[in-house]
Design a protein around this ligand. Structure first.
Ligand SMILES: C[S@@+](CC[C@H](N)C(=O)[O-])C[C@H]1O[C@@H](n2cnc3c(N)ncnc32)[C@H](O)[C@@H]1O
Length: 246
């Protein structure tokens, strides 16, 4: 529950109205859209019709907020914890669990880590604070509210050194060139550093400047000693590719 409260805190800060003290769903919706909903609007479906948004009783609160808000940052906060994000991060964690046993309190770094959901999950493998860095300074500002245990930094992967870390993770490989990613990986200490990477074939998003057509193409583009390579279909829309190696 703490997790949801922190997400609500981050959303509240961005809409300028506090949602965290409210337990009534209709009142929360009213606050998000800044409208006094009258007493007849006591069902989610009726509110949905009134504001012309496709919402229903079966959706969780965060998903409903994502559907009714026009605030761009709030939409990205909601997207960062949506079902796809949860599934792909779970997939990653499940596949490295046994490898993490080989490390004692490793230093872990998540590159281009957005608001820090993955860094927060990786905290279970170490007593040290997991570092999540991102080029966008809003990620640190918002991430600190959502995941207070994560150590956020604002930095470009082009200049960030991976040398200090035992485990390096990047699930945003489609956001920069192969050269940028390989130069970053080259900066690691090559002794025993575990590397976990994800990319995808989700072409058509402006920021996705380096999608891959296949797992094989992704594997060929990265200079690591790959141990596992995996592929997963996400909601029938696109495939995610994952490489685990040293
Ligand atoms: C949308 S998010 C995460 C997408 C990823 N597919 C996932 O599911 O984890 C991509 C992040 O990469 C960050 N990013 C893009 N270019 C970067 C760079 N050069 N250095 C660091 N972060 C970068 C963006 O700011 C953004 O927060």
């Amino acid at each position: 529950m703490d997790g949801i409260q922190n997400i609500l805190k981050a959303i509240s800060k961005n809409i300028g109205r506090d949602l965290t003290k409210e337990s009534d769903l209709v009142k929360i919706i009213g606050k998000v859209i800044d409208l006094d909903l009258n007493q007849n609007m006591d069902s989610i479906e009726i509110i949905g019709k009134f504001i012309n948004r496709d919402i229903s009783q079966n959706m969780d609160l965060i998903k409903i907020i994502g559907k009714i808000t026009d605030n761009h940052i709030v939409k990205t906060i909601v997207n960062s914890v949506n079902e796809n994000q949860n599934l792909s991060k779970e997939w990653l964690v499940d596949n490295i669990k046994t490898k993490m046993d080989m490390y004692d309190n490793p230093k872990i770094c998540v590159a281009a880590g957005w608001y820090g959901m993955l860094a927060d999950r990786m905290s279970t493998f170490t007593d040290k604070r997991v570092v999540s860095f991102d080029i966008n300074s809003e990620c640190a500002e918002i991430g600190k509210i959502m995941y207070p245990n994560v150590h956020f930094k604002t930095a470009d992967i082009k200049t960030f050194s991976a040398k200090l870390y035992d485990v390096i993770i990047c699930t945003s490989c489609e956001h920069f060139s192969d050269d940028t990613l390989n130069t970053f990986l080259e900066s690691r200490d090559k002794g025993n550093c575990l590397i976990v990477l994800q990319s995808n074939n989700y072409f058509g998003v402006e920021q996705h400047v380096n999608c891959k057509k296949s797992l094989e193409e992704f594997k060929k583009s990265v200079r690591i000693r790959s141990l596992n390579s995996l592929e997963k279909r996400i909601n029938d829309k696109f495939d995610r590719y994952m490489l685990i190696g040293y």
